[in-house]
Design a protein around this ligand. Structure first.
Ligand SMILES: [Zn+2]
Length: 344
């Protein structure tokens, strides 16, 4: 069984971080997920209409933990009036329905991805099937493919249904918590719907999963029919990172991990690493000849391809190879119904 090496307790904000965030009326609350990704952050926005950005999963005693974390601010679950969501991944929104039940809070998300929250359960099988077909097309072997389809959905155990009340447009300022102006930035890459919340008055950025301090694999490709390719791929992710680089944030709260400053350095580092990986893939094709994305992934990240990491590693590898292909640095051809890549 998987045991997270880092607990929510380990990731509690230090007194310095707490003080820094308090200047912008924000509180970072790390919560357990029981998933490989480790704890996830809820951000409390203090004001006349107390708001949460993201809500973690409905697992273990998270509802009680959240209630405990609200107490120092004289708040209870019933006091929460707004819930703002960064992206439709279960570790970020699973507790939403349970909080609404207690508080009647209103929900907010980018209009583009609202339907994914409203119908989250129905997308489990279509996403899974689409991922299966995608990995098959990129050379995944039968045992791996079987595992993708047989993975059971835990969605109904760790979340309950809700709908989005307020649909946001990118770059349109709105008020949050009855107190601050917030600008939703559309920052796709991790998912096509990712949103970062920029607080221009306090120079705080609640980034969701668009920006993390240590970004190893971040892109997840969606190939189901409802999802356009417009907001996916490496070029799109790089545009999002550049948009965040230009945002003059002094302090960033990521979806996972502690808050940090100097996010421009983090972004430059991530962009450099991606370009190095692309070069490495090109060199590998030169040395080893034509390869499928699966063979490339095994070659580059052998140890990382456990079943849990498959989605991330394959998405990342395919995104990089497709970017090289799009930029005419490599060619793609089909051999026995599997995509292969080679040098021109
Ligand atoms: Zn996440």
């Amino acid at each position: 069984m998987f045991r997270p090496t880092v607990t929510a307790q380990d990731l509690q904000p230090s007194p310095e971080e707490q003080e820094r965030l308090a200047q912008g009326g924000l509180v970072r609350i790390p919560m357990e997920t029981g998933l490989n990704v480790g704890p996830v952050n809820i951000t409390l926005v203090l004001g006349p209409k107390p708001a949460l950005i993201d809500t973690a999963l409905h697992c273990s005693n998270n509802l009680e933990q959240l209630e405990e974390a609200l107490k120092p601010y004289n708040l209870s679950l019933e006091s929460i009036e707004e819930i703002w969501l960064t992206h439709p991944h279960i570790d970020h929104f699973g507790l939403t329905g349970a909080i609404i039940e207690r508080s009647g809070a209103q929900t907010y998300s980018l209009a583009l991805g609202a339907y994914r929250f409203d119908d989250y359960l129905s997308f489990w099988h279509t996403d899974r099937q689409a991922f299966h077909d995608h990995v098959q097309q990129h050379g995944g072997p039968p045992d791996i493919l079987g595992g993708i389809l047989s993975a059971a959905s835990t969605y109904h155990k760790v979340s309950s249904p809700f709908t989005i009340d307020h649909k946001l447009e990118p770059n349109q300022p709105v008020q949050i918590a009855g107190r601050y102006e917030v600008i939703p930035l559309h920052t796709p890459g991790h998912t096509p719907w990712c949103t970062s919340f920029w607080f221009p008055e306090t120079k705080m950025l609640v980034a969701g999963d668009a920006l993390r301090q240590k970004m190893r694999f971040n892109m997840i490709l969606y190939t189901a029919e409802d999802v356009s390719q417009e907001h996916q791929g490496l070029a799109c992710f790089q545009d999002s990172l550049r948009l965040l680089e230009e945002t003059p944030a002094e302090w960033v709260i990521p979806g996972h991990g502690v808050s940090f400053s100097n996010h421009q350095k983090t972004i430059r580092h991530a962009l450099k690493r991606q370009s190095k990986r692309c070069d490495l893939m090109e060199n590998t094709l030169e040395d080893s000849g034509p390869m499928s994305a699966y063979e490339m992934a095994i070659h580059m990240y052998n140890k990382s391809i456990t079943e849990d990491a498959l989605l991330l590693v394959m998405s990342d590898t395919i995104a990089l190879l497709e970017w090289l292909h799009h930029n005419e640095r490599i060619e793609r051809f089909t051999n026995e119904e599997v995509f292969h890549y080679k040098l021109p």
